[in-house]
Design a protein around this ligand. Sequence first.
Ligand code: PLP
Length: 367
Amino acid sequence: MQSRKVPFLDLRVTDPSERSDLLAAVDAVLQHGRLVLGPEVEALESRFAAACGRRFAVGVNSGTDALFLALKALGLQAGDEVITTSMSWIATANAIAMTGATPIFADVADDLNIDPASVSRLLGPRTKALLVVHFNGRLCNTEALQELARSHRLLFVEDAAQAFAASNAAGKAGSFGIMGCFSMNPMKVFAALGEAGMIVTDEPALRDRLSALRYNGTVNREDCHVISLNARLDTIQAAMLLRRMDRVEEAIEYRRSLARRYHAGLRGLVAIPEERPGCRDVFYTYTIRTPQRDQLIAALAERGIETRVRHPLIMPEHTAYRPSARGEWANARRLVKEIVSLPIHGAMGADDVDYVVHCVRDYLAGR
Ligand SMILES: *Cc1c(COP(=O)(O)O)cnc(C)c1O
């Protein structure tokens, strides 16, 4: 097979019709001049809430802000414990720690998502909340985790940063918790052209709290009721996200078609992220597992294929957490040495997937 370059990501906007749509959206904002929390922010919030099956959405500056403000809106503070997964981007743990609460790290199951059995072993008198992550665009075991939250009276919050429009038989990402938090940073499946985040909820009181928290805790933009930071969403990002929302379903279906092509080519050779019945995964990453991970990465790099390990450090092993991290993560620690994410994005064609499959097979099966 002809050698080629397959980048892990390509964030350029090359489709001429999408480009002109986005530029028109920016131009409209330049004309009306309401650059922060303008009308496009409100329009995006309504569409976003509807897309998640929730009543309200509050736009913020990033997924990290979404998580931090959601936990803050629930009143979490020093002395509280929040159980979360050990395998996620570090923003998940940081959001908990920034409220003053202590993250307790639960282990993951073989699908890399938080393991309910581990969560139940970590419950204690100080446990106030469960912050689950839908890792890699696949819902975690919402049924078992919601049941644990219900029976132990825990606040159930979703970090759905990687999972916009993912679902299982019971519902969509962001529809399970008291609040669902999203990131639209440029790498995500539903992506802004810069930083952006969103929180969804059904409760008017939480919506109001979040609206205050995202602007220095002020009510009517004048009087500070709770101490907070500035986490408002730019109108220009919201305007572009609104345009992208028209195309996001198509983009997700395209990703899913690439994933099915990977499945067909790699099944039996490595552990592949196959969808479970009733689920719709959005493939934020296409992450495989193999004991020969490091050699495979090198072999693919030599043939022009860029891969990533998302993320090489599990959360409790980051420098800031390692000395005091609590919980259990034996399975996460074992699995993190075997995972590698293959390129999957809208700028790739089926022929690119076939090339990657060919090179993986060549290396793993051909030796
Ligand atoms: C991307 C991400 C975040 C943080 O979102 P930002 O918008 O980059 O701040 C939080 N949690 C998870 C699981 C993520 O993937």
